[in-house]
Design a protein around this ligand. Structure first.
Ligand SMILES: [Ca+2]
Ligand SMILES: [Ca+2]
Ligand SMILES: [Ca+2]
Ligand SMILES: [Ca+2]
Length: 223
């Protein structure tokens, strides 16, 4: 939800469509099916969305990741005229075929002032032959450059994640939970909730160099 057409009221974005709050009171809506993203998967058209100024130009972009579909992509959608009438789409780089992402967070994970983009793959809906759901962060290098980094590759999938400074040391940590466990996962097929502590804030790691590696701590399996 954000002001997509710049008229001062909140509008709603849903995958390939945004809804214009016509009277500013939420009682009259116009659907604009002009967002160039969103595929129909086994559970319908499902995306995760964050609306944020990702490139620091003072205008907000829509960051959108596919969910509930094999081969999920993540894109940055630029609201070209600031009124939601025209959009351009930039796909974030992927070095392998992703499963279903189903989670998305935008925050400055390495403390350089630029917002980064985080997702993780589900244990379900991985491409055939893969049993290694990964957590991926795109580090924002500025000028529209995003560097794909595998944060966690430990047979632990996710279905929803939240980020925040859990341990109060000034950097952004990650909490994630799964949907359904697979018997091959790292906790013997059990449910799990995972916490990744960001080590950036403690100066143990230099920023942007595997800054979360070694910081993984797991709670689980849950009873
Ligand atoms: Ca509006
Ligand atoms: Ca922007
Ligand atoms: Ca950053
Ligand atoms: Ca922290």
């Amino acid at each position: 939800m954000d002001d997509i057409d710049g008229d001062g009221d909140l509008d709603v974005v849903m995958a390939n469509t945004w809804f214009e709050n016509q009277d500013g009171k939420g009682s009259k809506w116009a659907a604009h099916r002009n967002i160039p993203f969103g595929r129909v998967g086994p559970y319908g058209m499902c995306v995760r969305t964050a609306i944020v100024d990702i490139d620091g130009d003072g205008k907000k972009e829509v960051v959108m990741g596919e969910a509930d579909i094999v081969g999920s992509k993540v894109v940055i959608l630029h609201n070209l005229d600031g009124k939601g009438r025209a959009w351009s789409k930039v796909e974030l780089p992927q070095s392998f075929t992703y499963g279903s992402l189903h989670s998305l967070a935008v925050a400055d994970f390495n403390g350089d002032g630029q917002p980064d983009i985080l997702v993780n793959e589900q244990e379900e809906l991985l491409p055939p032959g893969r049993e290694n759901p990964r957590w991926v962060l795109w580090e924002n290098r500025g000028s529209g450059i995003f560097k794909e980094r595998i944060l966690l590759d430990a047979k632990l999938g996710g279905h929803d994640l939240r980020v925040g400074d859990v341990d109060g040391d000034g950097d952004v940590d990650i909490c994630s939970k799964i949907w359904g466990p697979r018997d091959w996962n790292a906790v013997g097929g059990k449910m799990h909730v995972d916490f990744l502590e960001n080590l950036t804030g403690r100066g143990k790691k230099k920023e942007s160099k595997n800054f979360l590696s070694g910081g993984a701590r797991f709670w689980g399996p849950m009873k």
